[in-house]
Design a protein around this ligand. Structure first.
Ligand code: BDP
Length: 724
């Protein structure tokens, strides 16, 4: 019978249960929900009853406790752990030097292949009994192996006879935070920065640990904490103590900390008169500063530098060049095995040449001149994180310089954290592109992982979409972009479809009735955004500053290449940017046969048509439609695709937590409204040049062009402070 006392206890238990569980979305893909299929649960339980977990270290303890928590949640069973190898264990986990010699022998060949970070998960028959072995050369490999095993379990994979030998194909797998010291985030749409600088170093937020755990679970091993538009204060002793505290949290998870280095720091915080990279005092200042950092953080990763780009200081302020600047820092870091990651995102208001050509023109001649510990970080495309860009022509064009890929995970030009876009599809398109630099099959992935041109050090960075929102990324589905980036940084040959499937299964449900339609939705979502924002190769027609919503009419900004009209060139004769030899000749930066293919509108892939060509409104597309009708129909298609996303999501209610279902539902409604906004605003504007009617099948706009032009968003999130 329920009396007052036990009612109180029940209420207490209910409230406790509510708070004991992380709020929806906080657990990311590490949900470890209960495995309800009895046969699978039984099999997994058998494997994880008695575990010899060899060795002791912070990293190993994390792996062990993850295994403990996960099996408890998934199987309702707590494994018994042994710290020494006895007999009859169902699972053995340990680095190679701790394994039983007979096991070690069986695995030697595999162990030789996996380097410091790889792992082996293998079902081994020994003394008539199968044991699941997780081994690696180093502790971090064990941690990665445990996460992988748990991910396989979450996906209900068959583990009988498993023989998985895996290691990362890329060395530096890095998140770039564009976080400012005041906790605002440049191009951040998921709240404020995670880093509570004011409370560090003493106060260690649980979130730092949860963040490191999530990264380790997908193999991310490097983090740059601060905005590339850097503030020199981060290099002062007070802040370095705080950075050290974060580095200490991240270390057992295999994550190294990097900082952005403001080139003028020797003046701003060092009291010098100059930051000239060839000046002796400047060199000594950076060398001392670097030593100071390594005293605190012995495994410090190095510096990420944006120099002489968009107003940031750099070596050119002293008539020196990027090589002088990068090598000066590289010298300071070299004794400590640190790296310089020098960004190639440069374009100048003093250079009248096509912005798309400038980074290549400036950097390719420096090939072979950088020190060995310099990587040049290059955005995936030559303009700026657009919904679709052809790959950056620098990939493959600098055989003696490691190029580090820079993708954007935060959706600056993709509808912020309001629009649903599954970005691994975009990343895959870039990585699979053939540069032809060393003949057929010279894909960007092979450039990045060093296999094409033999680079000794390799890297991939993602400008992160993480903030202090409960669900980390603002949009619940945007977590999949963090996940997918990590997976591709580990293995740039993975398919976006497999990543989508993995992530859906880990995060939401293993029910095929959910996974199949949702996978289709995710894969389509990228093309949908391209269609309703920038179809057929249009680019950079976003409204000024915040980059939210359309602004193809913007023409009054001080630098020509900041104006959308610079990119679309619409007039009565047509639309598009002529980058062939009759125009800016940017195509010359691509290798043959690609160059010729791009130069001819008939052979140029239609998705890049207006990126490379200025064409008349009545130009005939492959489907026989005129360019004008084709553009209009693409905008409409984008809207239709979002409508489809809305209706698919409606049917997903049974598989998703109620609160998250509602969140995505509301966000999709905004996305639909805004897809129509894009379509109507762009078509009304371009119509002033084409002077043609909208074709059949395209909905009529319900507002005027003047109305769309009048929309202003002074407080849109993520706006860059003009300059720190
Ligand atoms: C652009 C952003 C700007 C960044 C810049 C960069 O609009 O906020 O500072 O890229 O990558 O996309 O440095």
């Amino acid at each position: 019978m329920i009396n007052r006392n036990n009612l109180f206890v029940l209420c207490f238990l209910y409230v406790f249960a509510l708070f004991a569980q992380a709020p929806p979305g906080y657990d990311l893909w590490l949900t470890y929900s209960k495995i309800v299929e009895p046969d699978i649960s039984k099999k997994y339980s058998d494997i994880s009853t008695s575990i010899a977990f060899l060795g002791n270290s912070k990293t190993l303890n994390i792996a062990q406790s993850e295994l403990h928590t996960a099996t408890e949640k998934m199987l309702g069973q707590t494994p018994t752990f042994f710290k020494a190898f006895e007999s009859n264990h169902s699972m053995v986990i340990g680095t190679k030097n701790l394994l039983d010699p007979s096991l070690n022998k069986v695995l030697t060949k595999d162990l030789e292949q996996i380097g410091n970070e790889g792992f082996i998960i293998k079902s081994v028959l020994s003394q008539k009994k199968t044991t699941l072995v997780i081994t690696a050369n180093e502790d971090i490999g064990i941690l990665y192996g445990v996460y992988r095993l748990l991910a396989l379990m979450q996906q209900r994979k068959n583990l009988d006879n498993i023989a998985l030998v895996d290691s990362p194909k890329i060395d530096i797998r890095m998140l770039n935070h564009w976080d400012n010291l005041d906790r605002s985030v440049e191009r951040g749409y998921a709240g404020f920065s995670l880093w509570k600088w004011h409370k560090l170093p003493e106060f260690i937020d649980q979130r730092y640990i949860d963040y490191a755990r999530a990264n380790a679970s997908i193999g991310i091993n490097a983090v740059s904490l601060t905005n590339v538009n850097a503030n020199a204060l981060i290099l002062t002793p007070m802040y370095l103590e705080k950075v050290k505290a974060l580095a200490d949290v991240f270390r057992p998870y295999g994550i190294k900390v990097y900082l952005t280095a403001r080139f003028s720091a020797p003046i701003e915080i060092g009291g010098l008169q100059t930051a000239d990279p060839l000046n002796e005092k400047v060199k000594v200042w950076w060398a001392d500063k670097t030593d100071e950092i390594y005293k605190l953080i012995p495994d410090f990763g190095g510096f990420l530098v944006k120099a002489n780009s968009e107003g940031q200081p750099g070596p050119q302020n002293y008539e020196r060049n990027h090589v002088d600047g990068a090598n000066m820092l590289a010298e300071a870091l070299q004794p400590h095995n640190g790296n310089v990651i020098w960004r190639a995102f440069v374009y100048s208001e003093h250079d009248a040449d096509d912005r798309a050509k400038q980074a290549y023109s400036e950097f390719v001649p420096y090939d072979g001149k950088f020190m060995d510990n310099v990587l040049v970080q290059t955005k995936n495309g030559a303009i700026d994180f657009q919904p679709r860009e052809p790959f950056h022509p620098m990939f493959g064009a600098t055989p003696k310089t490691p190029l580090m890929m820079e993708f954007q995970i935060t959706q600056e030009y993709l509808g912020f954290s309001t629009h649903l876009v599954f970005l691994p599809k975009l990343y895959e398109e870039v990585l699979d592109s053939d540069t032809y630099q060393e003949g057929d099959g010279s894909t960007v992935a092979k450039v990045i992982d060093g296999s094409l041109q033999g680079q000794k050090i390799t890297g991939m960075a993602g400008v992160t979409n993480i903030g202090n929102d409960i669900n980390w990324t603002g949009h619940p589905i945007a977590q999949g972009n963090w996940y997918g980036f990590g997976r591709l940084a580990w293995d740039p040959y993975l398919s976006s479809e497999n990543i989508a499937e993995e992530w859906l299964r880990l995060t939401f449900s293993n029910d095929d009735a959910f996974v199949k339609p949702m996978k289709e939705l995710l894969i389509m979502s990228r093309e949908a955004v391209v269609n309703y924002m920038n179809p057929l190769g249009l680019h950079h027609i976003f409204d000024t500053g915040h980059h939210y919503g359309p602004g193809p009419w913007v023409s009054e900004l001080s630098r020509p290449e900041w104006n959308p009209v610079y990119y679309h060139n619409a007039d009565e004769n047509g639309i598009g940017f002529d980058r062939t030899p009759t125009g800016s000749n940017a195509t010359e930066q691509y290798a043959e046969p690609l160059r010729s293919q791009l130069n001819d509108p008939q052979t140029c892939p239609e998705e890049y048509l207006l990126w490379f060509h200025h064409l008349p409104w009545d130009y005939k597309l492959k489907n026989g439609k005129t360019l004008w009708n084709g553009i209009a129909l693409k905008y409409q298609e984008g809207v239709n695709q979002v409508e489809k996303m809305v209706s698919t999501w409606e049917t997903m209610k049974p598989y998703v937590n109620k609160a998250q279902h509602k969140e995505v539902q509301m966000l999709l409604q905004i996305q639909l409204k805004e897809a129509k906004w894009w379509r109507d605003a762009c078509l009304l504007y371009f119509q002033t040049f084409s002077k043609k009617e909208l074709p059949e099948g395209v909905e009529k706009p319900t507002q005027t062009l003047e109305y769309f032009k009048s929309l202003k968003f002074p407080f849109a999130p993520g706006i860059r402070p003009r300059w720190n």
